[in-house]
Design a protein around this ligand. Structure first.
Ligand SMILES: C[C@H](CCC[C@@H](C)[C@H]1CC[C@H]2[C@@H]3[C@H](O)C[C@@H]4C[C@H](O)CC[C@]4(C)[C@H]3C[C@H](O)[C@]12C)C(=O)SCCNC(=O)CCNC(=O)[C@H](O)C(C)(C)COP(=O)(O)OP(=O)(O)OC[C@H]1O[C@@H](n2cnc3c(N)ncnc32)[C@H](O)[C@@H]1OP(=O)(O)O
Length: 383
């Protein structure tokens, strides 16, 4: 796998850093999640695939010292706390990079390492708001709307941070040096949406929110409810695809207003909606599958793995607990990701084996354990 041999320490965080760590693990890195100690009753990381867990109390001196020692042998550290937390623990980049100049120190935060909000709490919706992107999302006459926590947390945060880490790893092969990756979700979300900025001169966004081509303004870029309460997604932008859409709906384009007549869009939408509501999703699929109208069913999470196209590509996988999830993407032809089929780790499940691997002696481990700096959590064998 592409990242085989890369040693990652991921300090446990909320949603974005676990995704970052899971991407690295899926593509072959050895990822150790450093969980809090004393551990909470439940494991909040649902993206722990392929990781091992070490429960370590960083607030105790010997705990922070243990992390420093682990970092001396690691390639990457991912930390998800607001600016200043790591410095307060004596684990800031100055300290750790001095001890291991090859370390890639990735800081995945909402607001970045500097600026007025660097020490403020926040969540996806706040980062998206500050990036400008949220102002563009939502339907006409409605408040801006954050689409789950996908854009800032995961796309602008977890994925961007993983990309930064991989670039830093590549650069290190030439310079031999590590560096700090300052991944701010505000900036990640903004960067991700560069198209919004770069396309402003094309007139794509001249109208109010929800009245433009790609923001639910256009009748040919919309979702429509079907007879059975499901939905179809329509993305027929180019005239040749639009023509196929119109045909599939049983309409005659000569009798319709011009595709780009903005003032007719609201009425066109009503017309399309009325037509879509007359057939079931399966019936619409039979009409649109195989023609280039850019019309697809809106599938639920329960349905995606069963869809013929996704089945043919094995786009969704099952782990040994029979849980379905998306296969890592993209597909690399020679060295594809091979995601672990095992369940996510329990907090502290691998504490001892990880410390041994990183050079701690049995005696040192026993001392840390007796001082309650680390915890073990061996799952009971199924008898
Ligand atoms: C919209 C999303 C958030 C969605 C999250 C949901 C997925 C989860 C939210 C609630 C969860 C549920 C809930 O917890 C109840 C159940 C619990 C159960 O265990 C599991 C099931 C649950 C139902 C659970 C399920 C899900 O997990 C939830 C529904 C986001 O936007 S996420 C993005 C958030 N932002 C960032 O990550 C940016 C950077 N980080 C921050 O800004 C802050 O960390 C943040 C997020 C604002 C939190 O601030 P907080 O004050 O709590 O932390 P920090 O200031 O960063 O400091 C961390 C302190 O912890 C100490 N520490 C860290 N590691 C250790 C350690 N190993 N040992 C000891 N101490 C440690 C560290 O020293 C800091 O201490 P101080 O505060 O004293 O300095």
């Amino acid at each position: 796998m592409a990242l085989r041999g890369v040693r990652v320490l991921e300090l446990a965080g909320l949603a974005p850093s676990p995704l970052c760590g899971m991407i690295l693990a899926d593509f072959g890195a050895q990822v150790v999640r450093v969980d809090r100690c004393p551990r909470s009753a439940m494991n909040a990381d649902v993206q722990g695939r392929g990781k091992r867990s070490l429960a370590l109390d960083l607030k105790q001196g010997p705990g922070a010292a243990a992390l420093r020692r682990l970092c001396r042998r690691a390639d990457v550290l991912v930390e998800p706390f607001r600016h200043g937390v790591m410095e307060k623990l004596g684990l800031g980049p100055k300290v750790l990079l001095k001890e291991n100049p090859k370390l890639i120190y990735a800081r995945l935060t909402g607001f970045g390492q500097s600026g007025k909000y660097a020490k403020s709490a926040g969540h996806d919706i706040n980062y998206l708001a500050l990036s400008g992107v949220l102002s563009k999302l939502g339907r006409k006459d409605e408040n801006p709307y954050a689409p789950v926590n996908l854009l800032a947390d995961f796309a602008g945060g977890g994925v961007m941070c993983a990309m930064g880490i991989i670039m830093a790893l590549y650069e290190r092969t030439k310079s031999g040096k590590g560096q700090v990756v300052d991944a701010s979700m505000v900036e990640g979300a903004a960067y991700l949406s560069s198209f919004l900025w770069k396309s402003q001169n094309l007139g794509l966004w001249n109208r109010l929110r929800g009245e433009n081509l790609l923001d639910s303004g256009a009748p040919f870029y919309e979702t429509y409810k079907t007879l059975d309460g499901k939905f179809m997604a329509v993305g027929a932008i180019e005239p040749q695809f639009y023509e196929q859409l119109v045909k599939g709906l049983g309409l005659d384009s000569d009798k319709l207003p011009n595709q780009l007549s903005f003032s007719d869009w609201p009425e066109m939408k009503k017309m399309f909606a009325a037509i879509f509501s007359k057939k079931t999703q399966a019936e619409w699929c039979r009409i649109f599958d195989g023609i280039d109208a850019c019309v697809t069913p809106v599938l639920s999470l329960d349905e995606v793995a069963l869809h013929e196209h996704n089945k043919e590509r094995s786009s969704f996988i099952k782990n040994d607990q029979e849980e379905i999830s998306p296969r890592p993407s993209p597909l690399l032809s020679r060295t594809p990701a091979t995601p672990s089929p095992r369940r996510d780790p329990f907090i502290g499940e691998h504490t001892e084996e990880i410390l041994l691997e990183f050079g701690f002696t049995k005696e040192e481990i026993a001392k840390l354990h007796s001082e309650k700096v680390i915890e073990f959590n061996k799952p009971k064998a199924n008898l």
